[in-house]
Write a protein that binds this ligand. Structure first.
Ligand SMILES: Nc1ncnc2c1ncn2[C@@H]1O[C@H](COP(=O)(O)OP(=O)(O)O)[C@@H](O)[C@H]1O
Ligand SMILES: N[C@@H](CCC(=O)OP(=O)(O)O)C(=O)O
Length: 253
């Protein structure tokens, strides 16, 4: 049986469980779910969290631009982040690798071919690629938003069967329900144009793109006929529970 290829995007908020530290418990939760699903699904992860990881260890002095400090923090935090993934995934019997990509790589045919070839070999050998933006050379993600678009571009390039975005809400809520303080999930999106009107102008403490960038990412995936699920990564077992329809989340077909 051909395995379902899933591109999982995990934001800083999910990884820190909205605290100031990377949550080993959350990474364990992700590892346990992947281990549980490994006979039917193959995973590629786009993970943020490099800057959040660095902030645990250092405070940088700088008279330079804020963006440059963030790039330096990402460089310090990325190896820590990967070390934590590697330690925890290994305990769950899973192998991991690191790939650092930037938007411009998706504009060059040769780079695209190299990305696909490398990742296919990794996956065929049961390695789980953990992708982040190469923040030293590119500032798109840390300046404009988050890894949502990187996740969507990667899902399209790798011909994923499903794109899962883990964030800190039960998917996309209706605007009216947010305003009434009783958030209600839009479970199935068919009218994409109407969806954009539901976005409210807020984002979470560690996140940067808000729901707008998730919707844009979903539209990139949709163009490649990939379904996007926006799920609450703060909950334990969020992937398996969404697959079993046990929790509210947004499905964008
Ligand atoms: N319609 C909506 N439904 C749910 N969340 C929304 C909506 N509109 C805006 N948001 C905001 O988007 C946030 C999630 O995006 P973001 O902060 O970038 O998180 P992440 O780090 O997971 O990428 C939510 O916490 C919420 O504040
Ligand atoms: N690439 C950087 C920043 C990415 C970022 O902020 O993304 P997200 O948490 O998805 O809103 C990092 O790993 O810290």
């Amino acid at each position: 049986m051909k395995k379902q290829r899933i591109l999982l995007k995990v934001g800083s908020n999910t990884l820190t469980k909205e605290t100031n530290n990377i949550s080993r418990g959350k990474i364990e939760d992700i590892a346990n779910q992947i281990a549980q699903l490994k006979n039917s699904c193959e995973f590629v992860i786009v993970s943020s969290g490099a800057i959040a990881a660095a902030k645990q260890f250092v405070k940088l002095e700088s008279k330079g631009k804020e963006i440059t400090v963030k790039q330096a923090l990402a460089s310090i935090g990325q190896p820590h982040l990967i070390r934590i993934y590697q330690e925890i995934f290994r305990e769950a019997g899973l192998l991991t690798s690191q790939c650092l990509l930037s938007y411009s790589d998706f504009e060059k045919d040769e780079s695209k071919t190299n990305i696909v070839n490398t990742i296919n070999v990794l996956v065929a050998n049961n390695y789980i690629p953990i992708i982040n933006e190469n923040d030293t050379v590119a500032t798109d993600e840390i300046k404009f938003g988050d890894n949502d678009k990187l996740g969507a571009l990667t899902a399209s390039l790798l011909k994923a069967d499903l794109f899962i975005i883990a964030t800190n809400t039960n998917g996309i809520y209706t605007k009216e329900s947010i305003e009434n303080n009783a958030p209600k999930t839009i479970e199935l999106v068919e009218d994409f144009e109407a969806l954009v009107k539901e976005v409210v102008n807020s984002k979470s403490s560690h996140g940067s793109g808000g729901m707008q960038s998730k919707i844009e990412a979903a539209s990139v995936a949709k163009k490649s006929n990939i379904e996007t699920w926006i799920v609450n990564g703060l909950d334990d077992n969020f992937i398996v529970n969404a697959m079993d329809n046990k929790v509210p989340f947004t499905k964008i077909k």
